[in-house]
Design a protein around this ligand. Structure first.
Ligand code: 5RP
Length: 286
């Protein structure tokens, strides 16, 4: 099923015209056709709904510098942005949170920039592994949370998009693999020891790669530790985030506290739930 995903170039068709001998790579459009939409699963549809609602409500004509996060929901953010047309988008620059979103921006023919050129962003859209009632979230399921946090912090407005499974009262409810922690490689054993001991996460583990022997290596050439904590600890994510961050060797913690302005969750019934940082909850009917 053709989805707007990171493997967009691998789905590309090669067109060989009779003239030049060099084949042209034509990536499939990020904008889905009605028949592609009809084939999406309920979860994919709900991600797309959340992304569309978030872009429609928050991406303004005057926005020029836009952060694009990582994960499987973000391609739908880009789909909606591309649908706004080249006229609006040619004046904009898009900042990626990692390899995946860089590919997404480039293959969608959007202008690519980096945060060292644009340290202030108008807005950043990103996915989340889980979002609690106060809009704190777990991020880093895709090992991108260092760059994601930089782009969230650099943005005047940070907006989360996710499907209904991520909408929880307390962090760690469904996402039980633990808090993703990026560490410099040579310090991983020491940080693991700290986490399993003093910090109270006996099941903390080094994240291992699936199709490679050895650990996952982040876009910044670091390792990732996943550290699960008890529910009581996760009820106060800021405190545990600060304690982990103080460990020498830790580069960034996948707990984003008090950063998002709003979180959009697509629901199974086609509605969208919006949680705002002022405590307000909104329901957008299908
Ligand atoms: O934090 C992330 C990557 O580091 C992602 O935003 C998070 O994992 C959510 O991804 P998805 O939209 O695929 O559920």
């Amino acid at each position: 099923m053709p989805l707007p995903s990171t493997d967009i170039l691998s789905q590309a068709t090669v067109q060989v015209s009779p003239g030049p001998s060099v084949p042209t790579i034509v990536p499939p459009s990020i904008v889905l056709t009605p028949s592609q939409v009809a084939k999406l699963s309920v979860i994919e549809k709900s991600k797309r709904l959340a992304a569309f609602a978030a872009v429609d409500e928050h991406l303004l004509g005057e926005h020029r510098v836009i952060g694009i996060g990582s994960g499987s929901t973000v391609p739908y953010v880009v789909e909606r942005i591309v649908s706004q047309g080249p006229e609006l988008n040619k004046a904009r620059v898009f900042i990626p949170t990692g390899f995946q979103s860089k590919e997404l921006i480039v293959s969608s023919h959007l202008n690519l920039g980096d945060v060292d050129q644009y340290p202030t962003l108008d807005i950043t859209f990103d996915g989340a592994d889980e979002v609690d009632r106060d809009l704190n979230c777990i991020k880093g399921g895709g090992a991108c949370h260092l760059r994601e946090k930089v782009l969230a912090e650099a943005a005047k407005t940070f907006i989360l998009v996710a499907d209904y499974r991520k909408n929880v009262e307390f962090l760690g409810t469904n996402f039980s693999q633990g808090v993703p922690i990026e560490v410099v490689p040579f310090a991983y054993a020491k940080v693991l020891q700290n986490l399993r001991g003093t910090l109270g996460s006996p099941n903390a583990v080094l994240r291992m790669a699936k199709m490679k022997a050895g650990p996952v290596v982040s876009d910044n050439a670091n390792f990732i530790i996943d550290a699960p904590f008890a529910t009581d600890v996760m009820k106060d994510p800021y405190t545990i985030m600060a304690r982990i961050k103080m460990l020498t060797g830790v580069v960034e913690v996948g707990l984003f506290c008090h950063m998002a302005k709003a979180a959009y969750f697509g629901n199974e019934d086609g509605s969208v739930t919006v949680k705002w940082n002022n405590g307000k909850n909104e329901h957008i009917s299908p």
